[in-house]
Structure formats: structure tokens, C-alpha cells
Design a protein around this ligand. Structure first.
Ligand code: 6CS
Length: 316
């Protein structure tokens, strides 16, 4: 067996390390019968190009962010909603692991497009970085040029703060921040560090406004065509990797926070939002859920309702 696994990140970053570890485990389990070539981001085009490659079977496996599928799988934009998941990243991961809304209902929506999400995992809480303006209150976002991924609901979430969002691939983001084409962006801390965004930004706001969720996806027809043993081996590896990747993102995020704080050559002011400031953002963000229910969801918000119930019965 020779399979291709594409990720949206480069060597050393969480998605890439995930794919390498996945490949290693599959090789071991199959006594060398399964060889998986892992591709770094960039060589096969943009994040949205990679979505197409998975759909048409040019690659068998992909780590994919729902933030790049929103023009197609409308329901997947549920992850664009701010302050939806618990503030605690571990609790969020628990919900991603067990949620029927996501692992059954949302998965079916993706499968209509030949994408099977086998698991959802967090790459850490997202934070804002900015130049010129420190982002502390919704009013700081007034006309603020914010880079986002391509899902329309992400743009909507920033319009709710009166910002001026622009969708873009991350391959263009460093230059765009450096030149001021955009003034800020959102990402987990490890990515703000490893992609050097903080070097061309003045502030990092620890906002924890959302979680960065990635999906381990496979081409649906390819996956359905695997024999039972092989499918079981893939499923087992996907399952094992949930704990592995949680630890990986955790240590990368912790290490990068220290590096960013202590990098004297590239000073970045790290701002923690107060409870009151977070509440102000939350108030502005809530109507976006109604927008999702009324204008985005093709199933009348059923998946969101179910997910919200799962979150509240988990004690949040
Ligand atoms: O900001 C982005 O678009 C990129 N961020 C992460 C954490 N992974 C890949 C993605 O394309």
C-alpha cells in the first residue's frame, strides 16, 4: 500500500508531526505493508486546493481545517462560532472526542462531498495578534483589517465586532502582516510563533475566543473500499492519536508562549483579557449563532442545538 497524507502545516508544526507519527504507527502495525508519504504545506497548493485533492482522491488522507471548507460544507462552520466550546482546552477535546453531533451528524454532511472526518482535535485556543491597535475591547476592531481563513461565517464573526475581514491562505500571511495589507490575525500560540507572525506584530491578545479545530480526514470512497482489517487499523490509529496530538499541541503552545514573551529582538506585548472584556466580546458574538441557524445551516441549526446540549451536559 502506498498512500499520500497532506497537511496544512510544515515540518515541526502540529499537523505535520501528527501525520508523520500516524505514518510511523501504520507502518509498524502493518509490518511495513503500509507506506504513507507525508506532504508539507505549500507543495500541493493552498489549503483549499488540498481540500479538492482529497475529494478527487489525488491524496488519500489529509489534515483539514473546517475554516477552509465553509463555502461547501455549510454546517462545518459551526467551529467559526466564538465562545461556543468550554474555555478549558482539555474539556473541549473531550467534547470533540465524544460528540455525536460532530462524529455522526456533521460527518455525514462532509461525506456528501467525499470527505470523511475520522476525528476532530484541537491545536489549542486561538489568540489575536495585531499591529498599531491593541485588541482589548470590541471597539478596537472598528475597521480593523483582520486576516481570516475562507469560511464565510468566520468573516461574519469579525463583522460582528465591526472589523474588516479578508480571507487569505496562511502562505501569504507573513508578508501581508509585514506590509500592513492586514493588521491582525487569529491562531493558536504555537503557530503565531512558528510561522513568525509575532515578529511582524506588536501585540498578542490572549483572548481564548475560540479553539483551533483540525480534522483527520480521508477520501470517503477510498476509505469505504479498504478491507476490514485495514480499515480497523486506520480507525485504531486515528483513535490512539487523539491523546498524542493533545500532548503535542499542549507542549508546543506552552513553549512558544515563553519564547514569544522572552524574545527581546522581536518584542510583543502580551495582553490578557479581563473577564469583563471577554464578556463584551461574547455579547457581540452571540447573534452570530442566530445568523448560523437562520442563514447558514441547511438543517435548521439541528447540529448546533445538539452540540450545545452536549456541551452543557458535560457541565459547561
Ligand atoms: O491560519 C491558518 O490558516 C493555518 N493555521 C494553522 C494553525 N494551521 C494551518 C492553517 O492553514
Amino acid at each position: 500500500y502506498n498512500w499520500r497524507f497532506v497537511t496544512e502545516e510544515v515540518d515541526g508544526q502540529v499537523q505535520y508531526e501528527y501525520a508523520e507519527e500516524f505514518a510511523k504507527r501504520m507502518k509498524e502495525k502493518s509490518d511495513g505493508a503500509v507506506n504513507i508519504d507525508v506532504y508539507e504545506f505549500g507543495g500541493l497548493g493552498s489549503e483549499t486546493d488540498q481540500v479538492e485533492q482529497l475529494q478527487n482522491g489525488a491524496v488519500e488522507l489529509a489534515v483539514m481545517s473546517p475554516g477552509f471548507t465553509g463555502n461547501m460544507v455549510k454546517e462545518g462552520q459551526i467551529f467559526a462560532l466564538h465562545f461556543l466550546f468550554p474555555d478549558d482546552v482539555e474539556k473541549t477535546q473531550e467534547i470533540l472526542n465524544t460528540s455525536e453531533a460532530l462524529n455522526t451528524d456533521l460527518r455525514e454532511r462532509y461525506e456528501e462531498y467525499s470527505i470523511s472526518p475520522l476525528s476532530y482535535w484541537t491545536e489549542g485556543a486561538m489568540q489575536w495578534t495585531s499591529s498599531g491597535t491593541a485588541l482589548e475591547e470590541p471597539s478596537d476592531f472598528q475597521n480593523f483589517k483582520m486576516r481570516t481563513q475562507t469560511s464565510p461565517l468566520i468573516l461574519e464573526s469579525y463583522k460582528a465586532y465591526d472589523a474588516d475581514p479578508t480571507p487569505m491562505s496562511w502562505s501569504e500571511l507573513y508578508t501581508a502582516l509585514d506590509r500592513g495589507t492586514v493588521e491582525g490575525q487569529e491562531n493558536p500560540i504555537f503557530f503565531i510563533g512558528d510561522a513568525s507572525f509575532y515578529e511582524v506584530q506588536d501585540y498578542m491578545t490572549v483572548s481564548n475566543h475560540n479553539n483551533y479545530v483540525a480534522m483527520t480526514t480521508v477520501n470517503t470512497e477510498w476509505y469505504e473500499g479498504l478491507n476490514d482489517d485495514m480499515k480497523a487499523m486506520v480507525d485504531e490509529t486515528v483513535e490512539e492519536m487523539q491523546e498524542w496530538v493533545f500532548e503535542e499541541q499542549k507542549s508546543q503552545n506552552e513553549e512558544w508562549l515563553e519564547t514569544i514573551k522572552n524574545d527581546e529582538e522581536n518584542p510583543t506585548e502580551v495582553i490578557e483579557l479581563t473577564k469583563e472584556q471577554r464578556e463584551m466580546f461574547k455579547d457581540k458574538a452571540m447573534p452570530v449563532r442566530d445568523f448560523y441557524r437562520e442563514n447558514v445551516s441547511t438543517v435548521d441549526g439541528e447540529i448546533l442545538d445538539k452540540l450545545q446540549e452536549e456541551i452543557s451536559s458535560a457541565g459547561e
